[in-house]
Ligand binder design. Structure first.
Ligand code: UD1
Ligand code: CA
Length: 457
């Protein structure tokens, strides 16, 4: 196969998004739209990808990094003008795949087929087309009596008869580079929008004696995102694709319609995802887990055999056979090791919980290190903040912390120590000691009766 380069048009603002950010950086299943397109082009065999940037170029360049080259279109004078800006990066001959940054659903399979068709037909231009019941807003493909493609006409320039055509231009093409260069010289902005239309290159190349073809693609892949409503449509299609990929790989998803998994999430075999679950960012879930219902896991690693129920896990790492929830909040930079139990209404923040420890209910652990097999009683908390600074709590192995204990940091509890329920611990506790820090109980016998006699109760 000839060398393939791609040009992706992404300089427009996307007014209809009503956004302060450029349209193509809006995300679909956690990945910026333009990134989906770049990856599809690369997977289709494109060695070089040139992205035409303009509006919000810094943001587009930030999401794509240095894997692509950038052409700069200072003012957006149309799609033809955008390709002119990329011309200097193109080889002298060969073919170029031209794409737009706002069609995140395009697949590498379809692009590969488009390129193969272009080559096998010996075309100079091959348009990826589709038949839309409602073609409004798209450029129409106009054919002559014998069915040959003659030109593309934009809706705003179309006659009533042309507007009735349901065969639309996806805005994606393979074009012979030498012919493209010649055509770009002849494109004018003499049309309804006063723009340099790339679509005019079709008629120009045909008039030069070039061969034009069109290949129909799945309408679903061609949907352009111009508004937030269309963004949600794209998100829904992509979500379905992602969920199906996981199910094909051996993950059970009880209700795909209420399961939201970002593009880069990995999930091991025989894990079951229950409804209302949102897995985001670069999260990685092991095998044989049960995640959900209604859990949110962001940029976190979860080991094998874990259970996360009605809980939130953010930027943290969780070992094997860990139970979390219901209603737990694991905040960033926490490390939960194997066989730990984090129960209901527990918040863990920037802490390490070592193997076999239990934090079963109503507890706050912040800026702490818990050893192995620690038991945190119900309502026990680390008092990590003095109003100005955060301090550390260090708890050794096999420590038993009774219910309703305050551990006022900085404080250290030695291995095997016990802390009596209701204690407020302000000093270190030595290994193997029992610490009690509460006033003794006194029982005043007959107190109620006395009061009643005095008429005060
Ligand atoms: C374009 C096609 C239309 C096709 C439709 C498919 C033209 C003239 N029309 O129309 O036939 O049916 O796509 O979605 O090409 N862009 C730039 N610089 C510019 C103008 C646009 O980089 O000066 C980029 C935009 O950021 C966008 C893409 O090109 O990613 C398409 O531009 P847009 O204005 O959305 O074109 P459409 O009107 O949708
Ligand atoms: Ca568009």
């Amino acid at each position: 196969m000839e060398e393939l380069v791609s040009v992706i048009l992404a300089a427009g603002l996307g007014k209809r998004m009503k956004s302060k950010y450029p349209k193509v950086v809006h995300k679909v299943c956690g990945k910026p739209m333009v990134k989906w397109v770049v990856e599809a082009a690369q997977e289709a065999g494109s060695k070089e990808v040139i992205v035409v940037v303009g509006h919000g170029r810094e943001m587009v360049e930030e999401v794509l990094g240095d894997e692509v080259k950038y052409a700069y279109q200072k003012v957006q004078l149309g799609t033809g003008h955008a390709v002119m800006m990329a011309e200097e990066f193109l080889p002298l001959e060969g073919m170029v795949l031209i794409l737009t940054g706002d069609t995140p659903l395009i697949t590498s399979d379809t692009l590969r087929k488009l390129v193969e068709y272009h080559i096998s037909e010996g075309n100079d231009v091959t348009i990826l087309s589709s038949i839309f019941d409602d073609p409004a807003g798209y450029g129409r493909i106009i054919r002559d009596e014998s069915g040959n493609v003659v030109k593309i006409v934009e809706e705003k320039d179309a006659s009533e008869e042309e507007k009735r055509v349901k065969e639309i231009n996806s805005g994606m093409y393979v074009v012979d580079i030498a012919k493209l260069r010649a055509a770009l010289k002849e494109i004018t902005n003499d049309n309804a929008q006063g723009e340099y239309y790339l679509t005019d290159a079709v008629e120009i190349i045909r008039n030069m004696g070039g061969k034009i073809g069109a290949l129909a693609g799945e309408s679903e892949e061609i949907i352009g995102v111009n508004s937030r409503v269309q963004l949600s449509v794209a998100e829904k299609v992509m979500r379905r694709r992602i969920n199906e990929k996981h199910m094909e790989n051996g993950v059970t998803i009880i209700d795909p319609d209420s399961t939201y998994i970002d593009a880069e999430v990995e999930i091991g075999r025989d894990t079951v995802i229950l409804p209302g679950t949102i897995l985001q960012g670069k999260s990685k879930i092991g095998e044989d887990c049960e995640i959900g219902p209604s859990s949110r896991i962001v940029d976190s690693t979860i080991g094998n055999g874990c259970n996360v129920m009605y809980s939130v896990v953010l930027s943290s790492s969780v070992g094997n056979n860990v139970k979390i929830g219901p209603f737990a909040h694991i905040r960033p930079e926490s490390v939960i090791k194997n066989n730990v139990k984090i129960g209901d209404f527990v918040e863990i923040k920037k802490s390490v919980i070592d193997e076999g420890s239990k934090v079963p209910h109503l507890t706050y652990v912040g800026d702490a290190e818990l050893g192995k097999n620690v038991n945190m009683g119900c309502g026990s908390i680390t008092v990590n903040y003095d109003g100005k600074q955060k301090h550390k709590t260090i708890i050794g192995d096999n420590v038993f912390v009774g219910c309703n204990v305050n551990l006022v940091a900085p404080v250290k509890i030695g291995n095997n120590a016990y802390i009596a329920a209701g204690s407020t611990i302000t000093e270190d506790v030595p290994e193997g000691a029992l610490a009690i820090a509460r006033s003794r109980q006194t029982n005043k016998e007959g107190w109620v009766e006395e009061r009643i006699k005095k008429g005060r109760l």
